[in-house]
Design a protein around this ligand. Structure first.
Ligand code: PEP
Length: 252
């Protein structure tokens, strides 16, 4: 059975004061043994301090991005080893905001995935189509392209610990989530695509849904058979909302 994951992507939000308040609230109300793995992904500069606050708790730490290269003259970049060094277990790669605003190619994202995997981080690979792609019936084509580059470069074995997040771009931060059926269709497609290379790994890969997940819609999205939790943006900044989403990801 796949253990669900709920990961909060704080994006470029927060401050030391706001983060401390959020983490305090999360730790105060999070069950001692949540039914799903819970991850928070603050901005780089807050990772170490957030990690200190999380130490000994059931919450895990993740980065929002990682450099594809191991070390060297890459001004402004943060390596996988550095993320590990400050206590990260997870890292998001290929978020649509990175792909679209910073022109990250499928190839670069795949290299980032490989770099994270090589250092023992669990990469959370984001894939997903834009609205024009969906309207043109190209959802599977786009997702297959994004996924195949990673499978080619890193091999299906790299997904043994890895996580895929299906995030339709038109649903991110828009308040318009995919329907459970739309999410299930894409997740089933992703699992089959991995399964064409390795059925065992496909069955074990956690596939998260991301895109306007809220306390009010998480239960129906997470009830779909191939949805193994969520990658949460806006709602991860509110402790009560995020914890309700976490509870919705539990078994049953
Ligand atoms: C995200 O940024 O990955 C995301 C899913 O954002 P939101 O939940 O705000 O749509």
């Amino acid at each position: 059975m796949r253990r669900a994951i709920v990961a909060g992507n704080w994006k470029m939000h927060g401050s030391r004061t706001e983060n401390a308040r959020l983490i305090e609230e999360l730790l105060a109300h999070c069950p001692a043994q949540p039914a799903a793995t819970c991850v928070v992904c603050p901005p780089f500069v807050y990772l170490q301090e957030t990690g200190r606050m999380l130490r000994g708790s059931v919450l895990s730490l993740g980065g929002q991005d990682v450099c594809a290269d191991a070390q060297g003259a890459f001004t402004g970049e943060v390596s996988a080893a550095m993320l590990k060094d400050v206590g990260c277990e997870y890292v998001i790669v290929g978020h649509s905001e990175r792909r679209l605003l910073y022109r990250e190619s499928d190839q670069l994202v795949a290299r980032k995935f490989g770099a994270a995997h090589a250092k023992g981080l669990v990469p959370i690979l984001c894939v997903g189509e834009q609205l024009a792609d969906r309207d043109a019936g190209r959802t599977h084509e786009v997702v297959a392209r994004q996924l195949d580059v990673v499978l080619e470069l890193c091999g299906a074995g790299a997904l043994e610990r890895g996580v895929v997040a299906y995030e339709p771009v038109w649903a991110i931060g828009t308040g318009r989530n995919a329907t459970p059926e739309q999410a299930q269709d894409a997740h089933e497609f992703i699992r089959a695509r991995i399964g064409a290379r390795d059925a065992r790994i496909a069955a074990a890969t956690r596939i998260l849904y991301g895109g306007s997940v809220k306390a009010g819609n998480a239960t129906e999205l997470f009830a779909m058979p191939d949805v193994d939790g969520g990658l949460i943006g806006g709602a991860s900044l509110k402790a009560d909302e995020f914890l309700t989403i976490l509870a919705a990801a539990g078994p049953g």
